[in-house]
Write a protein that binds this ligand. Structure first.
Ligand code: FES
Length: 176
């Protein structure tokens, strides 16, 4: 026995399709800007991350569909470069500078201490989603080495103890 044809085939075709809606305008703008460029993938992902703060799964799927890249390639690029984040960052992004001047200024000690005290590794976020720990190449403030950047705030001539004091302050503010 044959089944009757759906009365609204378009609706049925989209059932379960997470990309049934068109991309949001801000995302479309990024795509339109780079459509047809063969090597645009990294730039597009950078712009998406700049806009959303990370690379949401759905936006990666839209990228593959709209720009004609295989989804595996989009994920391959997104996971290969550690500048990309696939999960939303914590409220505070704490970036330890690993540039030469800061390295000489023993920024590695700052990083080691933060990892130990926060219980997370580089590019991870604390369970309370307060702190994301990252490293960054020279931020152009070498005369202040070693430097730690918390969101948009640059802290210079830091010791591990001073950085931890700054973190504790953020933790306290968040719990008040
Ligand atoms: S090396 Fe850290 S600011 Fe330049």
């Amino acid at each position: 026995m044959s089944h009757p044809a759906p009365t609204n085939p378009k609706k049925y075709a989209y059932v379960g399709d997470p990309l049934a809606d068109p991309p949001p305008p801000e995302l479309m703008e990024i795509f339109d800007h780079h459509r047809g460029e063969k090597d645009a993938l990294i730039t597009v992902l950078e712009e998406i991350q700049h806009h959303y703060g990370y690379l949401p799964t759905k936006q990666l799927q839209y990228t593959a569909r709209e720009l004609g890249f295989p989804l595996a390639r989009v994920y391959g690029v997104a996971t290969f470069y550690n500048l990309f984040q696939l999960a939303p960052p914590g409220r505070y992004q704490v970036r330890v500078c690993k540039g030469t001047a800061c390295h000489v200024g023993r920024s590695a000690e700052i990083l080691t201490q933060l990892k130990a005290k926060l219980g997370i590794d580089e590019d991870e976020t604390t369970a309370d989603r307060l702190i994301t720990l990252q490293t960054v190449a020279c931020v152009g403030a070498c005369s202040l080495a070693p430097v730690v950047v918390i969101n948009d705030r640059t802290l210079g001539r830091m010791t591990p103890e001073q950085v931890w004091e700054a973190i504790e302050k953020l933790q306290k503010e968040a719990s008040d």
